[in-house]
Design a protein around this ligand. Structure first.
Ligand SMILES: [Zn+2]
Ligand SMILES: [Zn+2]
Length: 340
């Protein structure tokens, strides 16, 4: 059985500073257990995936809602991709990167703004493909009118970013959008971390000697090391992988859509062709091209079609998985479990 890591159900634990602060991770369960527990709806919102060094809250069903929060507890980094659902897990995120304008990925932006305001959090920044800026501002303005004087909705930080432009994130991280291939203009994001490295001539010096060099005004650092950490595809066809930056194939965590996973209707060609027609990926495309992802540490599949049950998902995702992907594939069924 392939490795699927899920965090167990947690009790809600609110921090004093913010009513939206997410709970802490406590332990790891597995997908079978999670699905079996799906009837217990009251506990279902408190689930994080622990994947490598990341904690991931992935709430995603195709056409319904998608939002993904990625955190790296070791250095306090966090960010959010897409905003189809504003909940206490993503309210604390002040950097939100949106992939495209479909409702299931963007419609909760006004709610996110309002909920942060209610929690006395400073306004977040929303990075979107440039063509979405005007309409998203209009949507926020419309909600401002409906709710009569909601401060944050009057002048939200909605920032258009083109593919290749750099987005400054916190704690030495930055993001770069890349074009994806969907039914509408869309983009994914790569998150990078930067690490200062001592210049070779200073390596081996003890801290006191280093301190002396700094006091003398010497620049002790070499060019920073830049590490691709996370890539997020949003909605796309598999064609994205023939044109994306090569760093996508070197990340520690690739969060990609796999809207369709069925292998029991029609031929493989028919299934793939239907997925592409709708601007999405069929899981078999990933498995047929597994070698492309040999340098990716982990892959999280999201945005699965709402027509699949939890049991169907865990069967189909893992029944034909190539050997090289067996320890890498994770799948998000959190939202699906909640809606059962
Ligand atoms: Zn979608
Ligand atoms: Zn879409």
């Amino acid at each position: 059985m392939s490795r699927i890591i899920f965090q167990s159900i947690l009790k809600r634990s609110f921090r004093k500073s913010s009513p939206w602060a997410p709970p802490k991770i406590s332990s790891i369960g597995n997908v079978n257990k999670m699905c079996d527990q799906a009837a217990s709806k009251s506990k279902l919102s408190d689930r994080l995936l622990q994947i490598g060094n990341f904690n991931v809250y992935c709430w995603s069903i195709s056409g319904i809602e998608t939002t993904v929060v990625v955190k790296k507890p070791s250095d306090g980094f966090s960010c959010c991709f897409d905003m189809g659902y504003a909940c206490r897990h993503n309210i604390p995120c002040d950097k939100v990167m949106i992939s495209h304008g479909h409702m299931d990925h963007i419609s909760a932006v006004p709610q996110h703004i309002k909920k942060r305001e209610l929690s006395s959090l400073k306004p977040a920044s929303y990075y979107v493909p440039p063509h979405l800026v005007d309409n998203l501002l209009k949507v926020c303005s419309g909600f401002d009118g409906l709710s009569e004087n909601t401060k944050g909705l009057k002048d939200p930080n909605i920032i258009g970013v083109k593919a290749g432009e750099e987005i400054n994130l916190s704690r030495g991280y930055f993001a770069i959008p890349f074009p994806t291939v969907h039914r509408v203009s869309s983009q994914g994001y790569i998150i990078y971390s930067t690490h200062k490295k001592l210049a070779p001539k200073y390596e081996g010096l003890d801290p006191k000697q280093i301190a002396v060099c700094i006091r003398n005004g010497e620049d002790i650092f070499d060019e920073p090391e830049i590490i691709p950490e996370v890539a997020f595809t949003g909605d796309t066809t598999f064609e994205v992988f023939s044109q994306c930056p090569q760093d996508v194939f070197r990340v520690k965590l690739l969060i990609m859509e796999a809207t369709y996973i069925n292998n029991d209707e029609g031929t493989l060609e028919e299934r793939v062709s239907l997925a592409r027609k709708w601007g999405h990926i069929h899981l078999s495309e990933l498995y047929e091209n597994a070698s492309m992802f040999e340098n990716v540490d982990n892959i999280l599949l999201m945005h699965l079609s709402d027509k699949y049950s939890c049991g169907y998902i865990r069967t189909k995702v893992f029944e034909n998985i190539p050997e090289s992907l067996k320890d890498k594939i994770h799948v998000s069924t959190l939202a699906k479990e909640h809606y059962i």
